[in-house]
Write a protein that binds this ligand. Structure first.
Ligand SMILES: CSC[C@@H](O)[C@@H](O)C(=O)COP(=O)(O)O
Length: 350
């Protein structure tokens, strides 16, 4: 029985505890998941969100499923674990880390089931889920060090959505780069886009960065262009939900607009993401499934309704930034520059 504690989640050995990201920063509440169904709700309802955090939750969710069914026959257990994978996989479509983690867990189960009793299989799966979560923190720190080289002392970074400790197990991807640059002695300031409609920037990024005493200024999304024009931004750093084989990157809705603004103002546009977010099986951004979420996210500004009930709404949760607008992709294995198709593939060959 192992344990793990990060900013977004804690594993106690039989329970996954998620910080409830729907209520930050107003309230700090925690949700306990003791079954795979509860872990699936945690992802679907965005109690936990952010690609790497979703992946780690799926790993623990799969483990909880194994605990639930370890007293069945091996045949019935295998049938149930298929269902566990399907339920977890059906929660959110865009972040590839979800499918990556579930495939890894299923492969481990298939590798060990023949020579172990089911209680032993559960223990092995728990270890694998812990490994995914522990690796995530290590990877973010490596990525942070690699990305920190791209920032100069005195730089101000614009970020969109929340790609921080809350979106991972801990430390963060885009915010990990900022943390690492500051830890290396550089003075770095941050502008955080509020990130309508769900306000991950305003609610989560600001909360996280202010806890670390990082100089943070909140702007609404439509201010980004003007702030760039005034010379206040030296680099844009965002995370990713899925990077296609050619470098096209799905991330939180609004990232595409920010990338066009960055190009117009000659500001480098960096994506910080682990290899588990790179999907070589998806050739281009065209094939990335884009989740459409509840229209109430747009009708309401957090909890206040602002519009007529019968207004038509479109709420794509992500957009795709084409590779030509991306300066570099920061990974745990180094900083990848164009041509992305060749250079991303090389990352997996080494
Ligand atoms: C390190 S997290 C990278 C992305 O997952 C993040 O930027 C993002 O788009 C999250 O979207 P969300 O809908 O909040 O899960």
């Amino acid at each position: 029985m192992g344990t793990l504690k990060g900013m977004s989640m804690e594993w106690t050995g039989d329970t996954l505890i998620l910080i409830d990201q729907r209520y930050i920063p107003v309230e700090e509440l925690y949700v306990e998941c003791k079954t795979f169904e509860e872990a699936a709700v945690g992802i679907k309802d965005m109690i936990v969100r952010g690609a790497p955090a979703i992946g780690a939750t799926a790993g623990f969710g799969y483990t909880l499923g194994s605990f639930q069914f370890e007293t069945l026959t091996k045949k019935d257990y295998m049938d149930k674990m298929k269902e566990v994978k399907e339920v977890l996989a059906a929660t959110r479509p865009t972040a590839v880390n979800l499918f990556w983690a579930l495939d890894r867990m299923e492969k481990k189960m298939n590798d060990v089931i023949k020579n172990n009793d089911l209680k032993e299989v559960s223990k092995i799966l728990e270890k694998e889920a812990l490994l995914i979560a522990e690796e995530d923190i290590k990877i973010n720190k490596e990525m942070g060090k690699n990305g920190a080289e791209l920032l100069k002392d005195g730089d101000t970074v614009l970020t969109h959505c929340n790609a921080g400790a809350l979106a991972t197990v801990d430390y963060g991807t885009a915010l990990g780069v900022i943390r690492a640059a500051i830890e290396s002695g550089k003075n770095i300031k941050v502008y955080a886009d509020e990130t309508r409609p769900y306000l991950q920037g305003a609610r989560l990024t600001v909360w996280e960065l202010m806890q670390d005493n990082i100089d943070t200024t909140l702007i609404s999304d439509n201010m980004a262009g003007w702030v760039m024009k005034q010379g206040k931004i030296n680099a844009v750093i965002v995370g990713a939900d899925r990077i296609a084989a050619n470098g096209d990157t799905a991330n939180k809705i609004g990232t595409y607009s920010v990338s066009i603004l960055a190009k117009k103002h000659g500001i480098p546009m960096y994506i910080a993401a682990p290899l588990s977010t790179i999907d070589l099986n998806t050739p281009t951004g065209e094939e990335i499934p884009i989740e459409e979420r509840s229209h109430n996210e747009v009708r309401f500004c957090h909890k206040s309704k602002m519009v007529l009930d019968n207004v038509k709404v479109f709420n794509p949760a992500f957009d795709v930034t084409p590779n030509e607008l991306i300066t570099a992709i920061i990974t745990e294995k180094g900083v990848v520059k164009p041509p992305f198709k060749e250079n991303l593939r090389k990352l997996f060959e080494d």
